[in-house]
Write a protein that binds this ligand. Structure first.
Ligand code: BES
Ligand code: MN
Ligand code: ZN
Length: 423
């Protein structure tokens, strides 16, 4: 902090710095500016601005994010630093302007995901998520399809139906499709877990574990956010987003431990614990996604507390049936700041989820819960290349992060956009 009598100037230095260092530095600068109520932040990018331009804008924009619509003490006079001044060579070129525009779209999409995660569950029902997707479809050239009620029955979307049975809120299956103008270089399917509130169902959670379960649709938020970004960035890749949305409640119609679900691919699953509901609804969406024959499926889900035990709050678990896809996603994670670490799909652990009465059951013995959950999902992708991201840790911050406040992080949006851009 430099004080010259008239002005306070905060200097943040970071040496050479990776993209992530630049995000964090710009985030720190935005944070300090909020504390000192500064009006502007300047970042000197130096010569040859490669990824630093994007990183600085991301760090600054995402660190300035607030979810304050329900706060009466919201500061109308000061909403954070208003301007970001970028200094460096080659910033006036058309290329740099284009990259700036794209980065802003990416940040807006990440903010949309955060807003959805932070919204209260009594507002963001499955129907609300469906309406949000429909609105996105009208605003852009994405096509949106929603299945609810009878249509879910006819389509045998029995996971979504059985999980929704204990709730007054009807479940929904949401599909958003982006088709590039030219022949697509690849077809990517994204699948998101959209449990708008997870009480656990009849296998009810205790109060402490229920506190933050509005975040259980973070996978869906990541898919919606990514589709919003893709609609703006228009990559030469076909992208299909699928969301399995339901509210997991213990109402009188609720599914009961011991119930068996028959899926649209013929597989049967015994529900021994109604709190392992994410895999039950994702199974429906994975069936539909794989029927449409994409080059790969990537699903995102706040699936297991076990993944938080294994990897903590900053890293998501990645598992799947294709080492190349997993390696590419991990690389995208390193570039984008949404970090991943692979866990093994140990074949022998399949014996843990074999059921006496059905093909499989929805919980294992208690060990390696993240892996047995992924093995459950694998039963629904057929031979499609598939990667599963367990984002239970990084989706929601219980304390502030380097470039974001407590609450929804939008994890996955920057990762997936990087991956799709790399194809
Ligand atoms: N939504 C939870 C997982 C979760 C926990 C996400 C904490 C974010 C933070 C999931 O539906 C769940 O309840 N999983 C159970 C599975 C168990 C019953 C096999 C869990 O992790 O305890
Ligand atoms: Mn649960
Ligand atoms: Zn859940």
């Amino acid at each position: 902090l430099v004080q010259d009598g008239e002005r306070d100037i905060v200097l943040v230095g970071l040496g050479t710095g990776t993209a992530e260092d630049w995000r964090r530095a710009a985030g720190t600068a935005a944070g300090i500016s909020s504390q000192t109520r500064a009006g502007s932040v300047a970042v000197c990018l130096g010569r040859g601005v490669d990824g630093r331009l994007e990183a600085a804008v991301e760090g600054f924009t995402l660190a300035s994010y607030r979810f304050d619509k329900y706060r009466s003490d919201r500061d109308e006079a000061y909403g954070g630093p208003e301007t970001l001044t970028l200094a460096g060579s080659d910033l006036g070129t058309a290329g740099a302007r284009e990259r700036l525009k794209n980065t802003r779209s990416l940040c807006e999409a990440t903010v949309s995901a955060r807003d959805l995660i932070n919204e209260m569950s009594s507002v963001k029902t499955p129907s609300f998520l469906a309406a949000t997707a429909k609105r996105l479809g009208r605003k852009t050239d994405l096509t949106c399809t929603v299945w609810q009620g009878d249509k879910l029955e006819r389509e045998k979307m029995n996971g979504i139906l059985r999980v929704s049975a204990g709730s007054d809120e009807p479940g929904a299956f949401i599909k958003l499709v982006y088709r590039p103008k030219r022949k697509p270089r690849a077809k990517v399917a994204l699948v998101g877990k959209g449990i708008t509130f997870d009480s656990g169902g009849l296998s009810l959670k205790t109060a402490k574990y229920m506190e933050w379960m509005k975040q259980d649709m973070s996978g869906a938020a990541a898919v919606l956010g990514t589709m919003e970004a893709i609609a703006a960035l228009k990559p030469p890749v076909e992208v299909r987003g699928y969301i399995a949305a339901a509210e997991n409640m213990p109402g009188s119609g609720a599914q009961k431990p011991g119930d068996i679900i028959t899926y649209r691919n013929g597989k049967t699953a015994e529900v021994l614990n109604t709190d392992a509901e994410g895999r039950l609804v994702l199974a429906d969406a994975l069936c539909v996604a794989s029927e449409e024959r994409p080059d790969c499926i990537i699903d995102l889900a706040t699936l297991t507390g076990a993944c938080m035990v294994a990897l903590g709050t900053d890293v998501a678990g990645v598992m799947g049936n294709n080492p190349r896809l997993i390696a590419k996603l991990i690389k995208s994670g390193e570039r984008s700041g949404d970090r991943l670490w692979e866990l093994p799909l140990v074949e022998d652990y399949m014996s843990d989820i074999r059921s006496n009465t059905a093909d499989i059951q929805n919980i294992g013995s208690g060990y390696a819960g993240t892996i047995t959950a992924a093995l459950f999902l694998r039963c629904f992708v057929g031979d499609t290349k598939w990667a599963h991201l367990d984002i239970a840790g990084p989706a929601f911050a219980e304390k502030p992060k380097p470039y974001g406040p407590k609450g929804g992080t939008g994890f996955g949006v920057r990762l997936l956009v990087d991956y799709i851009a790399s194809l």
